[in-house]
Design a protein. Structure first.
Length: 319
């Protein structure tokens, strides 16, 4: 086969029926924490040296099918370790976004930290780095992995900051992209992580923390209002469709379900479930107090006493 024929062929040749939809090495993974590399030979070499949980995506692009296969396997956390060339850096950025959407907590071995100080432009992959500096050095590199939010912040900064100081244009573009990134992280439990790992990098670059907090907080509130507005519009359209169809029973059910959702959201927005239960028990206490000491047909005094005893026991559990 001549060289031109070789150039026309793909780097990896899969057996008939095989594909890149599932990362290479998934069949041998037993734990939940994975190391994701580009090349198949990187994965084979690292596994041979006792580094567990290594899988390969067969290039610098993690695909949607591969992410789906990770989700189906119940993967919650992984570490990306792509090559240090431009393709690897850009591939890491894209992979981080895909994994964030899939709900997989991601850490990154920053590709730029793999560069050879003597030959900074030379391409380095996990296999060549481990062979040149030893596998213990590679394990040490893994121990210095950073959260994907911190990697994203540093990527934005490196893109728009040229040299030692910022230009006004660079600061403006960096801030715009950073705010866009933040607006996509809606889960409340991740906000502290965003502040600690993402915005802390910008604070170190001289961006005013108070101004950033006010700006980002305002945008989050605006987006939350839009989501509620969209939800009500969807509900309004559902009602219109039921009315046009004359399906009153379905309309009743729809309104009941929506009312329950709104009531739950309002009742739990500022109060804990324990506090709500305590208040509900208090109402029952007041109700029983109205009848205590009276004779009431169908509700003897002894029954009231037993109910009161149960309520007191419940209060003791809460307190």
């Amino acid at each position: 086969m001549c060289s031109s024929d070789l150039e026309d062929h793909k780097k990896y040749l899969f057996l008939k029926g095989g594909s890149k939809k599932i990362p290479f090495g998934m069949d041998g993974v037993h734990g939940k924490d994975l190391i994701v590399v580009e090349g198949l030979f990187d994965a084979i070499s690292l596994k041979a040296k006792g580094i567990d949980g290594v899988i390969a995506v067969g290039g610098a692009a993690l695909t949607g099918d591969q992410v789906e296969s990770l989700v189906k396997r119940g993967i919650k956390t992984l570490t990306l370790n792509f090559d240090n060339d431009q393709a690897g850096i850009e591939g890491t950025r894209r992979a981080v976004s895909l994994l964030e959407k899939a709900g997989i907590d991601t850490f990154v071995v920053d590709p730029t930290t793999m560069a050879d100080p003597n030959e900074p432009t030379k391409k380095v992959d996990p296999d060549s780095l481990a062979k040149q500096h030893g596998f213990d050095s590679y394990r040490e590199l893994l121990s210095k992995k950073i959260h994907s939010y911190r990697f994203q912040a540093r990527s934005i900064i490196s893109t728009y900051k040229h040299g030692e100081s910022w230009s006004d244009e660079g600061r403006t573009k960096a801030l715009s992209e950073a705010i866009t990134f933040d607006s996509k992280i809606l889960a409340p439990e991740k906000q502290a992580l965003v502040k600690d790992c993402f915005w802390s990098e910008f604070h170190q670059e001289g961006f005013d923390q108070k101004a950033l907090d006010e700006c980002v907080g305002g945008l989050r509130e605006k987006k939350a209002k839009k989501q509620r507005k969209d939800s009500y519009e969807k509900f309004s359209n559902q009602i219109s469709n039921k009315l046009k169809a004359g399906d009153v029973d379905a309309l009743d059910q729809l309104v009941k379900e929506r009312s329950k959702t709104i009531s739950y959201q309002q009742s739990t927005s500022h109060k804990s479930p324990i506090l709500l239960l305590s208040q509900e028990l208090g109402k029952h206490d007041d109700y029983i107090g109205k009848f205590r000491g009276r004779e009431y047909i169908g509700l003897p005094q002894k029954t009231l006493d037993r109910k009161s005893t149960r309520l007191n026991s419940s209060h003791q559990i809460i307190s």
